[in-house]
Design a binder for this molecule. Structure first.
Ligand code: ZN
Length: 356
């Protein structure tokens, strides 16, 4: 393949691949990750095929009564109750298991995957042709109110944290899975939540506002000294789901020099809020257009939700990323803008948050 046919490089703001690997009880999850042909969205083979050179790998502590979102959200309107919030012991066990999975994956990868703790690490991984994996937490239930676990996880490589998933915890309140719905539901961050934000600032860990309710978002906007980052959210003006950001919120992200990653989850893309694989890619372009209008060219990125959501069939897996790039090209986006959305804006905001 000639250079000109190589896919546009992509750095992605959100995947749930570690959860998929944890739930894979075949005993061959690691081997299959590198050989490919898996039912999931990301493995070493689909990543290379799609130009995916790295991303934020989420650790998501599951709820005990987690119901199937794909069934519950296939017909709108819907309003799902909060699932159980895992207690500290459960969340610690699953969080440590997923950290361990990523570290072991790196260890057996023969250099094909690297856990990255800085932008320099990401650059070096990319140059070496290795998949650059950044540890991220989605739902901080494994972190105690005194934040001791935060220090330990940071030492293990944690560089980004979403304090809540779509459920309440000691730090704040997520939005329920509901359509149509406003993100303005429930109270803001708790005292512990505010301490978490300040400690993340001190450690230079990204605070991800995805899944937070609006008052919690505003608390982060007020108290964090870092650019606002939503790793995987879309425009509420186009899909009235509480998981998406209103124009007012997008304005605050822009004012902070922050970034929003386009979520490929069909329920957060579609005007009707349905989760359906039969969703055309034109709707992704409409969200990108809207995000560009509100955030500017430096504020828009990608946050696929690969391995954690029902995405358009046409994309299918990380190997389908060039189809989204082609849609941007057909929509009149120039090469520079596409590079910003595909990876440069992530590098910029990570550098500004983490330091050089
Ligand atoms: Zn999520």
């Amino acid at each position: 393949m000639s250079i000109s046919n190589a896919p546009v490089p992509v750095f992605d703001g959100h995947n749930d691949t570690l959860l998929r690997l944890m739930n894979d009880r075949s005993g061959q999850a690691f081997e299959r990750f590198f050989v490919g042909g898996e039912p999931g969205h990301i493995d070493a083979v689909t990543a290379i095929a799609g130009g995916l050179f790295g991303g934020l790998f989420a650790i998501f502590p599951p709820s005990r009564n987690g119901l199937s979102l794909s069934d519950a959200m296939s017909v709108a309107p819907y309003r799902l109750p909060f699932p159980d919030t895992p207690d500290l012991a459960d969340a610690t066990a699953s969080t440590l298991e997923m950290v361990s999975i990523l570290l072991r994956l790196e260890a057996v990868s023969n250099g094909a995957l690297r856990v990255c703790r800085s932008v320099a690490d990401i650059d070096a991984a990319r140059s070496a042709g290795a998949l650059a994996a950044v540890l991220h937490i989605e739902g901080a239930e494994a972190i105690d109110a005194d934040l001791h676990a935060l220090d330990v996880l940071h030492a293990a490589g944690l560089r980004s944290i979403g304090p809540v998933w779509s459920r309440p915890n000691i730090f704040g309140r997520g939005v329920p899975m509901a359509f149509p719905s406003s993100p303005d539901v429930g109270p803001g961050l708790t005292e512990a939540g505010l301490r978490l934000v300040r400690r993340c600032n001190a450690l230079r860990i990204v605070v991800d506002v995805s899944h937070l309710n609006e008052k919690g978002f505003d608390d982060v906007a007020r108290h964090s000294d870092a650019p606002l980052v939503a790793t995987h959210c879309n425009a509420h003006a186009l899909s009235a789901h509480s998981r998406n950001l209103t124009d007012r919120q997008l304005g605050l992200v822009r004012d902070s020099g922050g970034v929003v990653g386009l979520n490929f989850a069909t329920a957060f893309l579609r005007e009707d809020g349905q989760m359906s694989e039969e969703t055309g890619l034109d709707v992704m372009l409409r969200h990108l257009d809207h995000l560009l209008l509100r955030l500017g060219e430096d504020g828009v990125a990608l946050g696929s939700d690969f391995d954690g959501a029902m995405i358009p069939r046409e994309i299918g897996s990380a190997a389908g990323l060039p189809k989204l790039i082609a849609v941007m090209e057909a929509g009149g986006y120039g090469a520079d803008l596409i590079e910003k959305i595909a990876w440069r804006n992530w590098m910029s905001v990570l550098r500004r948050t983490w330091g050089a």
